[in-house]
Design a binder for this molecule. Structure first.
Ligand SMILES: *[C@@H]1O[C@H](CO)[C@@H](O)[C@H](O)[C@H]1NC(C)=O
Ligand SMILES: *[C@@H]1O[C@H](CO)[C@@H](O)[C@H](O)[C@H]1NC(C)=O
Ligand SMILES: *[C@@H]1O[C@H](CO)[C@@H](O)[C@H](O)[C@H]1NC(C)=O
Ligand SMILES: *[C@@H]1O[C@H](CO)[C@@H](O)[C@H](O)[C@H]1NC(C)=O
Ligand SMILES: *[C@@H]1O[C@H](CO)[C@@H](O)[C@H](O)[C@H]1NC(C)=O
Ligand SMILES: *[C@@H]1O[C@H](CO)[C@@H](O)[C@H](O)[C@H]1NC(C)=O
Ligand SMILES: *[C@@H]1O[C@H](CO)[C@@H](O)[C@H](O)[C@H]1NC(C)=O
Ligand SMILES: *[C@@H]1O[C@H](CO)[C@@H](O)[C@H](O)[C@H]1NC(C)=O
Ligand SMILES: *[C@@H]1O[C@H](CO)[C@@H](O)[C@H](O)[C@H]1NC(C)=O
Ligand SMILES: *[C@@H]1O[C@H](CO)[C@@H](O)[C@H](O)[C@H]1NC(C)=O
Ligand SMILES: *[C@@H]1O[C@H](CO)[C@@H](O)[C@H](O)[C@H]1NC(C)=O
Ligand SMILES: CC(=O)N[C@H]1CO[C@H](CO)[C@@H](O)[C@@H]1O
Length: 541
C-alpha cells in the first residue's frame, strides 16, 4: 500500500507542484495581502469577543444559551462563525493545546464539538491516517455537523453527524500533521501514542472534563494509531481521564498491509468489480497469471479459512526490489485503469469523470479549489484560532515518522503490526471493537482486512471461527434530500441490506457495500449505525 500511497502520492505531489505554479499565476491576479489577513483576524476576534460577552451574560443570568464546556479557559477556543458556513454553529471549539504545558513548542490542533443531543459523559476521538493526513478531513467531509463534499458549491448540514450522538473530538496528530506544531521525531507508534496521551489529559483539564467514557476511532493509517493510542490509555490505569470503552477502525492498516491488505487481494478485487475496470481479456489474463505466479492465489486458498488453520508467515514487501516490483499488482492495476478511466480514484473505485475540485485539495488535488484550500485560508485560520504561518495541506508534505524506509512496511514506523499485540489487547479489555472495510476501496481491500483478522489471536482463539454472512441492514431513511424527494412524490424509505456483519469474542466486523475508503463520507447511514453500536445505543448491529 505504501507503494500505492507513494505512487499515488507522488503523482499527486508532482501534479500539485505543476499546478502550484499555475495557482501562483492565479494568486498574482487575486493577492491575499497581509493587511487583508490582519483585518480578517481582527474582525474575527472582535466578533468572537462580543459573542462570548453576550453568551456569558446569558449564562450567568440563567438564560437558555448554555454551553456545557464553556469556561474561562475554553472561551479562547470557542468558534463563533466560519467563513462560508451559513449555519448556527452552536457549541464548538478549536485551537492548539500543548502536549506538555510547560513547553509549548509542541502542540496538537483540535476541533471539539459537544453533542447536539442530550448531554453524555463520553468523548469520541477521531483521527485520520496518512501518516500525516489531517483529521479536519473527517470534520469537514465525513462525520462533522456539516459537510463540504468534493464538487459541491457550499457546505450542507450533515444529518448523520456523529455529534448527533456524542461529544466529538477531531485531533490533528501526530506532530507534523495539519496545524499541529513541533518537529516530527517519532519512529514508532508508541511514541506517537505517548504524545497523544499527554495531550489528551491537558485537553480534558482545559475543558473541565473527567470520568468520561473514551472511544478511539479513525480510518486508514489510523488502523495503526487507534490500537496503539487505545493500548496506551489502558496502560495509564487511570479511569478519570482514560476510561477506554471501545474502538472503531475503518479501512485500517491493522496487519501486514502492503501484501495482505493491498497486493494479495488486488486481482480478485478487479475480477469482482470487472465492469468498473473494463480491462480487455489479454490484460485480465496477464493479471491472473501474475496473481498465480506471485503466490497470491495460493496464499488466499491457504489462509482465507474460517476458522483459520494456522498463522500466516511473516511477510515483507520490498518496493525497491525489482523482483518484488513485478508483483506490485495494486499499482499495476491502478496505473492501467487510469488510462481507461482518467478519473479513477483508488480510494473509491466507482468514481467517474468529471474530476471534482475539492475544497481540501485531496484526493482530487489535481484541480484548484475555487477559493484556495479551505483550511489554508487566512480568514478560516483566524476563525479557528489556527496558526496563520502554517500552510495547511490535508496530508503533510514532510514525513511525520522520521525512520526513513525502515519498519515493517518501509514507512519509517517501526512498531509491530497491530494484529500482533495491541489490537487483541484492546479487544480483550473493552469487548467493544468494530473493524469495517468499504467494498469500493482499492487501497485497503475488504478481503485483505479480513485476511489480517484471520492472523490475529484474541480472547483465546485465532481469527473468526465462522465466515461472516449476516446481513447488515440500514433502515434509517434518507434525511439529506428527503424534501426534494417528497416534492417529487417519491417515497424514500431505508436503504436495506448495505453490508455483511459479524461478531465474535468482542470484535465486530462489517463489510460495507458501496463505500470507498472514507466510510462516513460515502455511507454515512451505515457509519451512524456503527457508532450507535460502539456507544451501546443499540446492542445488535
Ligand atoms: C431561548 O429562549 C428564546 C426566548 O424564549 C427562544 O426564542 C429560543 O428558542 C430559546 N432557545 C433555545 C436554544 O432554547
Ligand atoms: C476561572 O474561573 C475559576 C472558577 O470560577 C476561577 O477560580 C479562576 O480564577 C478563573 N481564572 C481566570 C484566569 O480568570
Ligand atoms: C521543548 O521541547 C522541545 C522539543 O522536544 C525541545 O527541543 C526543547 O529543548 C524543549 N524546551 C525546554 C525549555 O525544555
Ligand atoms: C441529527 O440532528 C439533526 C438536528 O437536530 C436532525 O435534523 C437530524 O435528523 C438528526 N439525525 C439523526 C440521524 O437522528
Ligand atoms: C498499570 O497497572 C499495571 C498492572 O498493575 C502495571 O504493570 C503498570 O505499571 C501500571 N501503569 C501505570 C502507568 O501506573
Ligand atoms: C468506565 O466505562 C465503563 C463503560 O465502558 C463504565 O461501565 C464504568 O463505570 C466506567 N468507569 C469509571 C470509573 O468511570
Ligand atoms: C489490452 O489492454 C492492455 C492494457 O491496457 C493494452 O496495453 C493493450 O493494447 C490492449 N489490447 C487490445 C487488443 O486492446
Ligand atoms: C501472522 O502472525 C504471526 C504471529 O503474530 C506473525 O509472526 C506474522 O508475521 C504474521 N503474518 C502476517 C502476514 O501478518
Ligand atoms: C530491498 O531491495 C533492495 C534492492 O534489491 C536492497 O538493496 C535492499 O537491501 C532491500 N531492503 C531490505 C530491507 O531488504
Ligand atoms: C519479495 O522479495 C522477498 C525477498 O527478497 C522474497 O522472499 C519474496 O518472495 C518476494 N515476493 C515477491 C512477491 O516477489
Ligand atoms: C496556502 O497558503 C499560502 C499562503 O497564502 C500559499 O503560499 C500556499 O501555496 C497555500 N498552499 C496551498 C497548498 O495552496
Ligand atoms: C445573545 C442573547 O441571546 N442574549 C439574550 C440574553 O437574554 C436576554 C433575556 O432573556 C435576551 O433578551 C437576550 O437576547
Amino acid at each position: 500500500m505504501r507503494s500505492s500511497l507513494l505512487t499515488v502520492g507522488a503523482a499527486l505531489l508532482s501534479l500539485v507542484s505543476v499546478s502550484a505554479g499555475h495557482r501562483a499565476g492565479l494568486r498574482a491576479r487575486k493577492p491575499h495581502a497581509l493587511q487583508e489577513q490582519k483585518e480578517a483576524r481582527e474582525r474575527a476576534l472582535a466578533a468572537e469577543k462580543s459573542f462570548f460577552e453576550k453568551r456569558s451574560v446569558n449564562e450567568t443570568s440563567g438564560g437558555n444559551l448554555t454551553y456545557k464546556y464553556l469556561n474561562n479557559r475554553t472561551s479562547e477556543f470557542l468558534i463563533q462563525s466560519l467563513p462560508d458556513v451559513p449555519f448556527d454553529l452552536g457549541e464548538i471549539y478549536s485551537g492548539l493545546i500543548p502536549i506538555d504545558n510547560s513547553n509549548t513548542s509542541e502542540a496538537l490542533f483540535f476541533v471539539f464539538q459537544p453533542t447536539v443531543g442530550a448531554p453524555v459523559d463520553e468523548i469520541v476521538f477521531w483521527t485520520n491516517g496518512g501518516p500525516g493526513c489531517s483529521s479536519l478531513e473527517a470534520f469537514l467531509q465525513e462525520n462533522g455537523m456539516w459537510t463540504w463534499q468534493p464538487g459541491t458549491y457550499e457546505p450542507v448540514l450533515n444529518p448523520y453527524s456523529w455529534a448527533n450522538l456524542t461529544n466529538m473530538l477531531w485531533v490533528e496528530q501526530p506532530i507534523g500533521t495539519g496545524f499541529s506544531i513541533g518537529t516530527p521525531k517519532a519512529t514508532t507508534e508508541e511514541e506517537i501514542a505517548d504524545d497523544f496521551i499527554k495531550w489528551f489529559k491537558n485537553f480534558q483539564q482545559t475543558f473541565g472534563i473527567k470520568n468520561h467514557k473514551i472511544y478511539v476511532t479513525g480510518e486508514s493509517y489510523a488502523g495503526r494509531y487507534v490500537p496503539y493510542i487505545s493500548a496506551a490509555m489502558l496502560d495509564q490505569n487511570d479511569t478519570e481521564y482514560y476510561n477506554l470503552s471501545g474502538a472503531l477502525i475503518y479501512d485500517g492498516v491493522i496487519g501486514e498491509y502492503d501484501y495482505v491488505q493491498g497486493e494479495i487481494p488486488a486481482v480478485p478485487f478487479v475480477e469482482a468489480n470487472a465492469n468498473l475496470f473494463n480491462f480487455n481479456e489479454t490484460f485480465m489474463s496477464e493479471l491472473k497469471g501474475l496473481h498465480e505466479s506471485c503466490g497470491y492465489a495460493d496464499y488466499i486458498d491457504r489462509y482465507m479459512k474460517f476458522p483459520p488453520v494456522e498463522n500466516q508467515p511473516h511477510l515483507f514487501f520490498n518496493y525497491s526490489d525489482p523482483k518484488n516490483q513485478t508483483c506490485d499488482l495494486q499499482d499495476i492495476v491502478n496505473n492501467e485503469v487510469l488510462r481507461v478511466n482518467p478519473c479513477f480514484d483508488i480510494y473509491s473505485v466507482n468514481l467517474m469523470c468529471p474530476l471534482q475540485w475539492d475544497v481540501l485539495g485531496f484526493p482530487t488535488g489535481l484541480l484548484d479549489a475555487q477559493d484556495g484550500i479551505y483550511f489554508n485560508r487566512s480568514d478560516v485560520k483566524a476563525a479557528m484560532h489556527a496558526p496563520d504561518y502554517i500552510d495547511w495541506t490535508e496530508c503533510s508534505n514532510e514525513p511525520v515518522f522520521v525512520g526513513g524506509n525502515g519498519g515493517p512496511q518501509m514507512a519509517g514506523d517501526f512498531s509491530l503490526d497491530p494484529i500482533q499485540k495491541v489490537l487483541p489487547r484492546v479487544i480483550e479489555a473493552t469487548n467493544r471493537v468494530l473493524i469495517s472495510n468499504g467494498d469500493f476501496d482499492m487501497i485497503i481491500l475488504t478481503n485483505g482486512s479480513l485476511l489480517s483478522i484471520q492472523n490475529m489471536t484474541w480472547n483465546g482463539q485465532l481469527g473468526f471461527q465462522n465466515q461472516p454472512n449476516a446481513s447488515f441492514i440500514v433502515d434509517l431513511p434518507d434525511l439529506q434530500d428527503q424534501a426534494v424527494f417528497a416534492e417529487n412524490g417519491l417515497d424514500i424509505t431505508g436503504q436495506g441490506v448495505m453490508g455483511i456483519k459479524h461478531y465474535e469474542r468482542g470484535l465486530a466486523w462489517v463489510e460495507t457495500f458501496q463505500s470507498g475508503h472514507m466510510q462516513p463520507q460515502y455511507q454515512p447511514r451505515s457509519s451512524y449505525r456503527h457508532l450507535q453500536w460502539l456507544l451501546h445505543r443499540i446492542e445488535d448491529l
